[in-house]
Structures are given as structure tokens and as C-alpha cells.
Write a protein of this length. Structure first.
Length: 340
């Protein structure tokens, strides 16, 4: 099995979060053809997404009649927009090439190599990582009793020792509509929201000596009715990257915006510390993964080819040499863990 060819085939299947069925069916067919026992793990759609008859599921595969001690995992969904694959002599391009379809291909190739050596590993490929980790949450209720989970994200083929968490916040401000020629008769929700956002931008954030500072991204802003109407509503979606507990940060956010807007904490994925393995280069991940939602799948490790700096960009790519090296690294890491 050629992991480079498999990467391109995976990339060419659009699987933006919520539309993962086609890539899931492809993975099921490929894994079954390679002699693995496969099963679907149904996953619900988020409450605000209409299924329209679509199916959504994780994929789990293993050697028939074997319960693996080590499981490879990553996600099948991607961020928008869909970008089909292309390649040159050194790189494969396209949406998901490094985040995380190239990783999936490298893990499957490593699993085949290990099976030939008599070491059986499992593979878990989930949906929803790019939005709410709902696939991982679902999978956590179906763990097979493995000891180790090797999760794949772009870490430049280095083993992550730490991974920042994520706190998503929705700010909502309310006002009163009026004719814009008479602003004194209304109350601008947008003005309130802008003031609230400025307070949050100026608020000191926690620092962890091991991983650095927490960060804030204001991802979306919306509101208002028309240029000549004082706006009665405004909303912003924020994401904090956590470096520890969120308890104090939540209180500070609520206090900062209390007289201006309401703060709803819509999703949290905690900061995690991971284990080191001798012989592997290491790094610290400023991004969030499915790992905190897969706690029943054994002790977690985080490793994958590709750079997070190209993920989610219009020139996302993975270096072919790095992808092939990842096959070696995944196999070696599984061997070491199996001997523990």
C-alpha cells in the first residue's frame, strides 16, 4: 500500500465537518480490502445541524479476533473550503493533506507493516474534530480496552509533551432599535459588543512556563439590521487557547462583560500533559486535539507528520519525505509501547 497515493485519494474526497460519510465509506472499503475487521460507530449531528438524511460515523478497524493494546487515531473531517489534491516532486497539496488525511495514510501503512511482524494495532478514525470533537466523545463510550492511544496531528514528526486546551465563548449583546438619525432613542448592541471585546482584548491572560501564554482569537462578529437602524443585537465567537484550568478565566470573562453582554461557554477541551518516549524528538503543541475526549482509549501520545502552520491554509501540504518517515515513526513507537 502506497501512503502517498492513499493520501491523494483521501484528500480528493470532500469531508468538511458534518459531511464525512463519503470518506468514511471509502476508509471502510479500503480497510476491509486490506484484511482488517471494520465497523461503523454512528455519531449524531450537532443540535444546530439538520442531517437531511445524511449518515455520520467513526470508523474502527483491527485485525480480526484481536484486541489491540495500541490504537492509532486521527480525524477524517476537515475545515472548509474543499481543496482537491495536487503534487510536485516534494509535496502533496490539498485540504487535509497534513490535517489529517496524510496522517491517516501513514498510520494505515504502519499498521500493515506491524501486522506483517506479528504486532496487531487498532485504528480509530473519527468525525467532528474540527468543530466539537463529537466523534471522539462518541468513541469514548466504545473503547476496546487498549493500553495506549497514538493520536495523529501535525507535529513535524515530533512527539508532543503538552497540548493547549480550548475554550469557546459566545458573546451576545442586546440593544434597542431606533432610526439612525436619532441614536439617542435607541441602544446600540454593536457598541456594547465592541466595548466588551476591547475589555477582553486588554485583559491579561494566564501564562504557563512549560507551554507559554494563553491566547485569544475573535473568530466571528455579526449583528445589526441595516446601516440606518440602531442595532438591537450583536454576537461574537471567541476562542481561548488554554494553558491550565479555565475556572478563573471564566470568572474574569464574565466579570469583564457583565454590564454589556452575556458570555456563554459553548465548548471546552482541557489542557493536557502527555508522556515522553526515549528516542523521539519532542515539541509543545499550541493547538487542541481529540485526546481529552478519548480518555478511555489508554494513555495518550501525540505524533504526526506535517506542520500545523500550513494546516487550515489555502496552500496546505505535506512533504512526501516526512510522510514516509512518519510510517517508520508510528511503527517504531507502537513497537516500544507494546514492549512496555
Amino acid at each position: 500500500m502506497d501512503p502517498l497515493s492513499l493520501t491523494r485519494r483521501l484528500v480528493n474526497i470532500e469531508s468538511i465537518t458534518g459531511n464525512e460519510a463519503a470518506v468514511g465509506e471509502f476508509v471502510l472499503r479500503e480497510m476491509s480490502a486490506l484484511g482488517f475487521e471494520t465497523r461503523k460507530m454512528p455519531v449524531p449531528f450537532p443540535a444546530d445541524v439538520e442531517p437531511h438524511g445524511r449518515e455520520r460515523f467513526n470508523v474502527y478497524a483491527c485485525t480480526p479476533n484481536k484486541r489491540p493494546e495500541v490504537v492509532f487515531s486521527t480525524h477524517m473531517d476537515t475545515v472548509p473550503p474543499f481543496i482537491p489534491s495536487s503534487e510536485d516532486g516534494e509535496r502533496i497539496y490539498g485540504r487535509g493533506s497534513c490535517d489529517a488525511k496524510g496522517i491517516m495514510a501513514a498510520q494505515i501503512a504502519a499498521a500493515l507493516r506491524l501486522r506483517a511482524e506479528g504486532l496487531d494495532v487498532g485504528m480509530l478514525y473519527v468525525v467532528g474534530e474540527e468543530r466539537d470533537s463529537l466523534g471522539a466523545v462518541t468513541a469514548n463510550n466504545h473503547a476496546p480496552g487498549c493500553k495506549y492511544l497514538i493520536n495523529g496531528e501535525p507535529t513535524d514528526n515530533r512527539l508532543a509533551l503538552l497540548s493547549k486546551g480550548s475554550l469557546r465563548v459566545q458573546l451576545t449583546a442586546k440593544g434597542r432599535m431606533a432610526h439612525s438619525a436619532y441614536p439617542e432613542l435607541g441602544e446600540s448592541a454593536i457598541d456594547k459588543l465592541l466595548t466588551a471585546l476591547e475589555r477582553l482584548r486588554s485583559m491579561p491572560l494566564p501564562v504557563n512556563e512549560e507551554v507559554g501564554a494563553a491566547t485569544l482569537n475573535i473568530g466571528t462578529i455579526e449583528g445589526g439590521r441595516a446601516p440606518n437602524v440602531i442595532p438591537d443585537f450583536a454576537r461574537a465567537q471567541l476562542q481561548y487557547r488554554l494553558v491550565g484550568s479555565s475556572e478563573q478565566l471564566r470568572r474574569e470573562i464574565e466579570d469583564a462583560v457583565r454590564d454589556l453582554a452575556t458570555a456563554d461557554f459553548v465548548l471546552e477541551i482541557p489542557f493536557v500533559k502527555l508522556i515522553a518516549v526515549p528516542g523521539f524528538d519532542t515539541m509543545v503543541a499550541a493547538f487542541t486535539t481529540d485526546i481529552p475526549n478519548l480518555s478511555n482509549w489508554g494513555k495518550p501520545l501525540l505524533l504526526g507528520p506535517g506542520s500545523i502552520h500550513t494546516a487550515h491554509t489555502d496552500r496546505e501540504f505535506i512533504a512526501k519525505k516526512e510522510l514516509l518517515h512518519a510510517v517508520e515513526l508510528y511503527a517504531e513507537l507502537a513497537r516500544k509501547l507494546a514492549r512496555c
